[in-house]
Design a protein around this ligand. Sequence first.
Ligand SMILES: [Zn+2]
Length: 130
Amino acid sequence: MLVYAARRRRPIVHASNVVQCDGPNSPHAFDIIPLQPRNGTLDAKCPICKGHGQWNTEIDLVSFRCKRAVCDYCKGAGWIETGNDPVGHADIVMSPNGYPQWVVAFEPRQDPEHAVAGPDAPLSPEQFDR
Ligand SMILES: [Zn+2]
């Protein structure tokens, strides 16, 4: 029964249908990714990840195994600050007794598309001519 033996040694093949996602606009970018719960201090769904905080870079449409990328724009929160409130993020500081400690650090909102140079920002070439 040579044929039978050969069949038994055949590796088990799992069906798969892996698709690549180029970014948050890909058709399957948000498959099986839940919306992030809104943090009370944030104002609006992130325009990039639409509230998911991350997206698939690759997903198998059969097994739903996936690789994901975290959204840089909202740092994975799924929500953004639209006003001028500072935005909190997790940070580590050294506590007074010498141990590292998790804290929530607050920084002014970072918005790369509408950035306004602060007083401490380096001068741009146009400013040197004044
Ligand atoms: Zn986002």
